[in-house]
Ligand binder design. Structure first.
Ligand code: NAD
Length: 251
């Protein structure tokens, strides 16, 4: 389905990461994929899980000047083209994530916004000029963007800004056939999710409430990303698409 496509998947921390499942699915579907992890320490966990899939990995900390540019250049150097970038990264300082929004620090809020939201705009700025025959940019969001989910705190407004950015980027880049989407998974036990207070409770409550009466898997998220990147989805842009067992449509 993705033969001939080449791209970058940002944000593998381990084999539970949504980015890991996405990289694996895109590769299995025929794409060439370069993955990133945060730093050399993360590399010791990530390299052993992506190498057997023939997925090369480089470090990319979006707070470091030039890091995103370097990851995109590495993709172009290896594969000679860039068709997609999947942005699957988020961060908030724990003390701010564990505080109510009104008590979050200015510095913590700005840092969360920079890493989790503005970095996606930077991805678009750096990637789009290389997408000569169009391409796809995908980021990961959460329902806490539009509903006040307990313990999601400052990440709610950050994800709201991310989803709005998707609409603006889709509008700005559409003329060159660069399509931009946010994928919104339901709760999944990952490293990032483990930083959210009472996450086990949230998963249990969601499971009981959602139409499908179960949680979703990383693979189900990856399946949607593969579809969005494929030629099956060339008529779509600017959307927030839910893979959440129906959570977004019930109270
Ligand atoms: P994860 O911990 O596996 O991935 C988060 C990634 O963000 C890690 O690889 C981490 O290194 C990276 N990251 C943090 N700071 C960074 C920085 N400065 N530069 C570059 N990378 C940085 O967790 P995940 O659940 O797979 O998260 C991936 C995305 O999915 C996030 O945007 C998250 O908000 C979103 N999401 C997760 C869930 C869930 O329940 N797990 C639900 C909805 C959305």
């Amino acid at each position: 389905m993705l033969n001939g496509q080449c791209g970058l998947v940002l944000g593998v921390a381990n084999d539970q990461s949504i980015a890991y499942a996405v990289a694996k699915r895109l590769k299995t579907a025929g794409a060439e994929v370069l993955a990133t992890c945060l730093n050399e320490k993360a590399m010791t966990y990530v390299e052993p899980v992506v190498t057997p899939l023939s997925i090369p990995v480089v470090t990319c900390d979006v707070e470091q000047p030039g890091a995103l540019q370097s990851a995109i250049q590495s993709t172009l150097a290896r594969f000679g083209r860039l068709d997609f970038v999947v942005h699957s990264i988020a961060f908030a300082p724990l003390e701010d994530l564990h505080a109510p929004l009104h008590a979050s620090s200015r510095e913590g809020f700005l840092r969360a916004m920079d890493i989790s939201c503005h970095s996606f705009a930077r991805v678009a700025h750096l990637a789009a000029p290389h997408m000569q025959s169009g391409g796809t940019l995908v980021t990961m969001t959460y329902l806490g963007s539009r509903l006040a989910i307990p313990d999601y705190g400052l990440m709610g407004p950050v994800k709201a800004a991310l989803e709005s950015s998707v609409r603006y980027l889709a509008s700005e880049l559409g003329a060159q056939q660069v399509r931009v989407h946010a994928v919104s998974p339901g709760p999944i036990a990952t490293r990032a999710a483990s930083g959210i207070k009472h996450f086990d409770q949230l998963m249990a409550q969601v499971k009981a409430r959602v139409p499908l009466k179960r949680l979703v898997s990383q693979d189900e998220v990856a399946g949607l990303v593969a579809f969005l990147v494929s030629d099956q989805a060339t008529g779509m842009t600017g959307q927030t698409l839910y893979v959440d067992a129906g959570e977004h449509c019930v109270r």
